[in-house]
Design a protein around this ligand. Structure first.
Ligand code: HXC
Length: 262
């Protein structure tokens, strides 16, 4: 999968499921530029691998990621940040991947770490996970989409409170507010639950799964009327896929579908 890697590992813990585990333990998985580069490479390889149907992105029990690397950012000037489009490659990273990415969050998901989780297609976490956008305490603001994605997830008033105070919120709150889809009581149970969902997804038709991810994500970008029309176009186009014929025929014949993934 494009390795060897220094700051992460890539595995296939269940058939069809690719897992990327961030591993920079000395810095609580702070997201330095070389780590982001590796993450980009790993995700692109998994996205292209025909046997992989879904992707899990995780860290350690202690930290998903404690943010962008503050020590790397500290000396940057405006000109350097602007001319090198600092952080721009982050949003391509997860959003350009067509297969669903499930974030499994234990421990810290702060600043850029919270934003990375929010870029994923769904978040599972431990109830004691620690989320937050503490950039205000560093004299700055979220830079990898946090002000936009967190606001869409929790609404304006709560997002303002979180971003203006920098206060942390727990995994349990994340679930209650709709940031996370589900919570688990330990890191082990989180990984098991995440892999189970990822395996279920990987067992479906690739083309249908990718299309489903695409249409749900469009709802974040488009007005309702445009989004509904976009969905209908994609729905129509799937009448041209082999898997849609296989799925519907199998239902009518009371058989289990054998996907062609075409
Ligand atoms: C660089 C970091 C880091 C970070 C932790 N470390 N977070 N290094 N960037 N974001 C390093 C520490 O410097 C330390 O290294 C080691 O990891 C362990 O951290 P400690 O602070 O000693 O651990 P602890 O006391 O348990 O506190 C954990 C913590 C704290 C609460 C998570 O580390 C913390 O507040 N981190 C910063 C969180 C943050 O502000 N994130 C947002 C960053 S801004 P040494 O060498 O001393 O052992 C951001 C902007 C995004 O993300 C904009 C675009 C992406």
């Amino acid at each position: 999968y494009g390795g060897p890697y220094t700051y992460l590992s890539v595995s296939e813990p269940r058939p069809g499921v690719g897992q990327v585990t961030l591993s920079r333990p000395k810095a609580l998985n702070a997201l330095c530029t070389p780590l982001i580069k590796e993450l980009n490479t790993a995700l692109r390889h998994l996205d292209r691998a025909p046997q992989i149907g879904s992707i899990v992105l995780t860290g350690s029990a202690k930290a998903f990621a404690a943010g962008a690397d503050i020590k790397e950012m500290a000396p940057l000037t405006f000109s350097e940040a602007y001319t090198t489009s600092f952080i721009e490659s982050w949003s391509e990273l997860v959003t350009a991947i067509k297969k669903p990415i499930l974030a499994a969050v234990s421990g810290y998901a702060l600043g850029g770490g919270c934003e990375l989780a929010l870029m994923c297609d769904l978040i599972y976490c431990t109830s004691t996970a620690t989320f937050g956008q503490p950039e205000i305490k560093l004299g700055t603001v979220p830079g990898a989409g946090g002000s936009q994605r967190l606001t869409r997830a929790v609404g304006k008033s709560k997002a303002m409170e979180l971003i203006l105070t920098g206060k942390f919120f727990s995994g349990e709150e994340a679930e209650r507010w709709g940031v996370a889809a589900r919570t688990f009581e330990s890191h082990e149970k989180l990984m098991e639950g995440t892999l189970e969902t990822a395996q279920t997804i990987a067992g479906y038709s690739r083309v249908a799964v990718m299309a489903a991810k695409e249409v749900v994500n469009k709802s974040q970008d488009l007005a309702l009327r445009d989004g509904v029309e976009y969905e209908r176009r994609v729905f129509h186009s799937l009448f041209g896929s082999e898997d849609q014929k296989i799925g519907m025929k199998a239902f009518a014949e009371k058989q289990k579908p054998e996907w062609a993934h075409k």
